[in-house]
Ligand binder design. Structure first.
Ligand code: GDP
Ligand code: IMO
Ligand code: MG
Length: 422
């Protein structure tokens, strides 16, 4: 069997959680392959809202095994809180959540290093979620990290102390950060101990065995292609490979194992945190989009920056991820605002271009806009694509033609059933 992939094609928050939960019905395994608790994946089930940070979005389907893969960076405290929340909601996750031993651990000091590094950058800050993601991946590639499986080996406490001491030294180089080391440490070790109740697996063996046995596996991306460490709007990116290549390294599956790649894009664009955003609307229309789409971060609550759909950006992400099909979310939101546009090209250096410049941070890019008539209708109760107002259908069909891959699903609301197949 092949492993199918769902990932974000923009700057995150495209609605991946909702789509993974929906599609999970026809899979046996759902696996997160990168990122960590910087992610916030929202699901509405039975009128109740859930936000998952580390746990894969297949957790609400009783028949699914969920794997937190080796490419994920894991904060035991946050994961433990997520599990407690599921417990309180009566969700029995115990036989359906596996943790890869090779996943790296976020230490309390990683979080403080993140805070200190951002404070040091001042105006130039990344706008990180401050969950310790960057410092943890730095220790991973610097070959200093601690992995979940290390707690089953001897000498874990000594290795922890050594890494912590290094971090405390590093923190002296930065503006001071207030923290309570003793309290944070005791919560961290208690949470880590609680995680021992879950099965630890060698994720790469687990998944390859599952595929060989004919199981259907879905990989769930976090963030989006424009936040990819190599191809995103560097340095305003996250610290992992969010594109499909991240599935191979983050789960231990070979490239020829990749099957369908479902790219998720909003019907417009949002971004939270700093960095370039060519189609951003900084005016009243941007505010209209933010209110209509409830565009506030699922992890940090920060207002998301809003702007028009960006075709050069989307085509770039489709190329990088090999997306074979698209799911467009939040089409309903465009029905609540007065005018709509799409960037079909960029203008920079005195020329029109369909390509992103080397450095979007250093190049003044003007989007070339194509305007659309707003349908100004509520789409949330529509269950059939053919029933959409003609202007909404025309918008979807036009985007499809511009990006060059089929739009197979259109989402018109946050609920599981508010999804139109095409
Ligand atoms: P993720 O990080 O990609 O999973 O996305 P988030 O959960 O951070 O943000 C997406 C937000 O949009 C969540 O609040 C979802 O409940 C909501 N959402 C998803 N699809 C739709 C849709 O089609 N219409 C509307 N109005 N909201 C949606
Ligand atoms: P999901 O999975 C949107 C952004 C942060 C910041 C940059 C780096 O919910 O789509 P980091 O904490 O990784 O150091 O932050 O990346 N960012 C996200 N933006 N959705 C996310 O995840 C994000 N995860 C990180 O806002 O700009
Ligand atoms: Mg999110």
């Amino acid at each position: 069997m092949k492993i199918d992939v769902i990932l974000g094609l923009q700057w995150g928050d495209e609605g991946k959680g909702k789509i993974v939960d929906y599609l999970a019905e026809s899979y046996d395994v759902v696996a997160r392959f990168q990122g960590g608790p910087n992610a916030g994946h929202t699901l509405y089930l039975g009128g109740k809202k859930y936000v998952l940070h580390t746990i894969p979005s297949g957790i609400f389907r009783p028949h699914i095994t969920n794997l937190i893969g080796n490419g994920v960076v894991l904060d035991p405290v946050i994961l433990h809180r997520e599990l407690e929340h599921l417990n309180r909601s009566g969700i029995d996750y115990r036989h359906r959540l596996l943790l890869a031993r090779k996943a790296h651990l976020i230490l309390p000091t990683h979080r403080w290093l993140d805070v200190a590094s951002e404070a040091h950058k001042g105006q130039g800050k990344i706008g990180s979620t401050l969950k310790g993601i960057g410092p943890t991946y730095m220790d991973k590639t610097g070959r200093n990290g601690l992995r979940l499986g290390d707690i089953e080996q001897g000498g874990f406490r000594e290795r922890y102390e050594a890494l912590k001491s290094k971090h405390l030294e590093l923190l002296r180089l930065y503006p001071p950060v207030a923290f309570d080391l003793e309290a944070a440490e005791s919560e961290w070790f208690a949470s880590l101990e609680a995680l021992r109740a879950l099965p630890f697996v060698d994720g790469e063996y687990y998944l390859n065995d599952a595929l060989n046995e004919g199981k259907r596996v879905l990989a769930e991306g976090a963030q989006g292609a424009m936040l990819d460490i190599d191809f995103g709007t560097y340095p305003f990116v996250t610290s992992s490979n969010t594109v499909t290549a991240g599935v191979c390294t983050g789960l231990g599956v070979a490239p020829q194992r990749i099957g369908r790649v479902i790219g998720i894009s909003k019907a417009y664009c949002t971004r939270v945190g700093s960095g370039p955003f060519p189609t951003e609307l900084t005016d009243a229309l941007g505010e209209q989009l933010r209110q209509a789409g409830s565009e506030f971060g699922a992890t940090t609550g920060r207002p998301r920056r809003c702007g028009w759909l960006d075709v050069p950006q989307l085509r770039y992400s489709i190329q990088l991820t090999g997306a074979t099909e698209l799911c467009m979310t939040k089409l309903d939101v465009l029905g609540l605002i007065s005018e709509i546009a799409i960037a079909t090209h960029y203008s920079y250096g005195g020329q029109l271009s369909e390509r992103l410049p080397y450095d979007l941070c250093q190049t003044l890019v003007t989007p070339v806009l194509k305007k659309y008539i707003s349908w100004q209708n509520d789409l949330r109760d529509i269950h059939d694509f053919a029933q959409l107002p003609p202007a909404a259908r025309a918008y979807v069909e036009d985007v499809e033609a511009l990006v060059g891959i089929p739009i197979r699903m259109v989402s018109v609301g946050p609920g599981r059933d508010q999804l139109l197949a095409r």
